[in-house]
Design a binder for this molecule. Structure first.
Ligand SMILES: Cc1ncc(COP(=O)(O)O)c(C=O)c1O
Length: 356
């Protein structure tokens, strides 16, 4: 092999993203995306408003920085654009860690936390949820004693949903600051009910909040997110960005939704109504489900076989779910929640299933 640098990379598996889903006819309940569609005219409306030079120039992100800064009420120096939260996580590993450092995450959680730990040769401690799906405080306390460099807390987490309020986040920030540990609050699922940790960035120098346009804003396609922290941290975190940290097409779509935030809020209000309805619906069909702060529910299918069959049965109907998960979570599957009318196909297949 010609490339003989970083030989440890040979042991890391990466796959091209295609999930083999039928996007035309399928019902996507597997990736916590927006289940519904944006209006067909949205793209042309956005494009028609651009100046003649729009595609001929390098991106000009100033308007977007200004709009995000107004939206979340922080200074522009307190944020930097990233390629989704994914890009933000990569930046944090890149800047905050040396090989051999210790980083903490929850388990199970978003898969890229582990991938980047391997890529940056960092030791990853996974703080596993208890069997009753609660956050393992004892394991967290033990982890702190090991002098970690960084701790990632998706708030809420997925697929198992822990969710902390601002007061609890502040306690964690203090505790982590006292051992010199960076506290990254991943707010991928902001807008579904969880409190934000952004007020902490001015109070605790170790706090970074990660946000995205992928979930509550319904735009995973544009690969856009941002990190929020105090200006000194952000100045460092922005050092390794590409010459252009985002592209013009993504920027204008993000600006459009920030200018029309009521569309986003109305959609999410419907998702929350549907989440509560779906819980009741599943209960009626003897399926226990968990979730109060995201656009997803974790379903308990009682054992791994039933979970596999459930996912397969629905996959054959082109209804895609996530899971079952591994180890002690192998009886669970995750479903994304969209507005009720978009979930009808799912409800009607569950009605046909005899789960007793
Ligand atoms: C907890 C969590 N964090 C981050 C991400 C990544 O989101 P993005 O599309 O912004 O990279 C996801 C995506 O599923 C997620 O579930």
């Amino acid at each position: 092999m010609f490339i003989q640098r970083k030989n440890y990379l040979n042991n890391i598996q990466r796959f091209r993203v295609s999930e083999g889903r039928d996007l035309e006819n399928g019902l996507r309940l597997d990736r916590n995306e927006k289940v519904g569609f944006w209006p067909k005219t949205m793209m042309s409306d956005i494009f028609n408003n651009q100046p003649d030079w729009f595609l001929s120039t390098y991106p000009e992100p100033s308007n977007l920085y200004s709009k995000i800064s107004n939206y979340i009420n922080v200074k522009e120096e307190e944020l930097t654009l990233t390629s989704g939260i994914d890009g933000g996580i990569k930046t944090l590993y890149e800047i905050m860690t040396e090989p051999g450092d210790l980083v903490g995450v929850l388990s199970p959680t978003y898969a890229m936390y582990r991938i980047y730990a391997d890529l940056f040769q960092v030791n990853l401690e996974e703080i596993e949820f208890k069997d009753d799906l609660s956050f393992n405080v004892e394991e967290f306390e033990k982890f702190l004693i090991k002098r970690p460099t960084m701790f990632f807390l998706p708030n809420p987490n997925q697929p198992v949903e822990s969710c902390f309020n601002l007061k609890e986040l502040e306690e964690m920030a203090k505790q982590l600051l006292s051992i010199n540990c960076l506290f990254v609050i991943d707010e991928a699922y902001h807008l579904y009910g969880a409190e934000t940790g952004i007020p902490l960035i001015g109070k605790y120098e170790n706090v970074v909040v990660a946000r995205t346009f992928s979930k509550g804003f319904g735009l995973p396609s544009i690969r856009l997110g941002y990190l929020v922290s105090n200006a000194q941290n952000i100045s460092l975190l922005a050092k390794t960005r590409l010459a252009h940290e985002s592209n013009s097409l993504s920027n204008i779509v993000a600006e459009y939704v920030l200018d029309n935030i009521q569309i986003v809020n109305e959609y999410n209000a419907n998702v929350i109504i549907s989440r509560e309805y779906t819980k009741q619906f599943l209960k009626k069909h003897k399926i226990k489900s968990y979730g109060n702060f995201g656009n997803y529910l974790l379903l308990d299918l009682l054992n791994n076989n039933k979970a596999i069959n459930f996912v397969e049965f629905l996959k054959n109907k082109k209804i895609y779910l996530k899971g079952p998960f591994s180890g002690s979570f192998s009886k669970y599957v995750l479903i994304t929640i969209g507005p009720k009318e978009d979930m009808k196909r799912f409800y009607s297949e569950i009605e046909k299933l005899n789960l007793n």
